[in-house]
Design a protein around this ligand. Structure first.
Ligand SMILES: [Zn+2]
Length: 303
């Protein structure tokens, strides 16, 4: 059976058809049209185009921002805000004339990497997205752990653990709280921290590059970043102790991260020995579309 995945991103929408062995049969993309009815149409057209090129119909899984409220069935917390309060899954089902499965982008990243990516063979995988925002997704024994209320893995909106005096209460977050991980360890958080301390304006990727080339302000900001990310991941270790951590999003391209994180995590782990795989997503930007395609695999319980 062909598996179709759709990655519904803020700027573009991608659809891909995967063969049972994971090979790409087709990939098509279009810009996010920025309004609801046009987005439903765009997804339908992309799925039909992907299927036309692949030569058959498939199951359809969609990776979307935010999550579906189990109480109302409506999308909440999506950064493509026109999705919020909509029955996105049902409307896609009507447009495509078949059942659709939906999961957030971090869950799709975790599933993709657990099936045949950087976490292949690991019994438990925690995926982290450190880009414009900050998200988390958990896969255990090949299954997405969505939680009783669809909230599992919403790691970006936990406060920074083991805070230092100057980190409290922390920057205010769009979710209404202060000091959420997203305000510290997203690419945007790195950018704001750098600006606050140095008075200079650089983007996340520029700070990482400047740190590498010896800029003292940038190196200090990256140092603070690694320490904060280490604490945030140690909290996940103490709660779930996953075998593998995989990373997506812009900041995950900072190669230095993977050599430095173990020393940043270990001091906060409540145990005498700790090891885990820490790696960037093997499938890079394609992890979202590949994970979405896998949402129809046996046993998945997602909306
Ligand atoms: Zn928050």
């Amino acid at each position: 059976m062909i598996e179709i995945g759709v990655d519904f991103g803020g700027t573009k929408i991608e659809a891909a058809a995967l063969a049972p062995d994971g090979a790409f049969l087709s990939r098509v993309r279009a810009p996010n049209p920025g309004s609801y009815d046009a987005a439903i149409r765009a997804v339908r057209e992309l799925v039909e185009e992907a299927e036309g090129q692949a030569g058959g119909q498939g199951t359809v899984g969609v990776g979307a921002p935010g999550s579906v409220s189990p109480r109302t069935g409506l999308i909440r917390n999506a950064n493509s805000t026109y999705l919020n309060g909509r029955r996105f899954r049902e409307d896609l089902e009507t447009a495509l004339g078949r059942p659709i499965r939906l999961a957030n982008d971090a869950n799709c990243l975790a599933l993709s990497e657990a099936v045949d990516g950087a976490a292949a063979g690991a019994a438990s995988t925690f995926a982290v997205i450190i880009g414009t925002g900050c998200g988390g997704g958990l896969v255990v024994n090949g299954l997405v752990v969505d939680g009783a209320n669809g909230i599992a893995g919403e790691w970006g909106h936990i406060s920074l653990p083991w805070p230092k005096p100057d980190e409290v209460p922390g920057p205010s977050c769009w979710c209404g709280q202060c000091g959420c991980l997203e305000t510290w360890i997203s690419g945007t958080g790195l950018q704001h921290d750098f600006a606050r301390v140095s008075g200079r304006e650089l983007k996340g990727a520029e700070i990482v590059a400047a740190a590498k080339s010896g800029d003292a302000d940038a190196a200090a900001a990256f140092e603070r970043y690694v320490d904060r990310l280490g604490r945030a991941l140690a909290m996940v270790v103490n709660l779930v102790d996953p075998e593998a951590f995989v990373f997506g999003g812009g900041v995950s391209n900072a190669e230095d991260l993977y050599a430095r994180l173990p020393a940043a995590i270990s001091p906060y782990v409540f145990g005498d020995a700790w090891t885990a795989t820490l790696a960037p997503a093997k499938w890079g930007d394609s992890s979202g579309v590949r994970g979405a395609a896998r949402l129809w695999r046996a046993g998945q319980k997602v909306s």
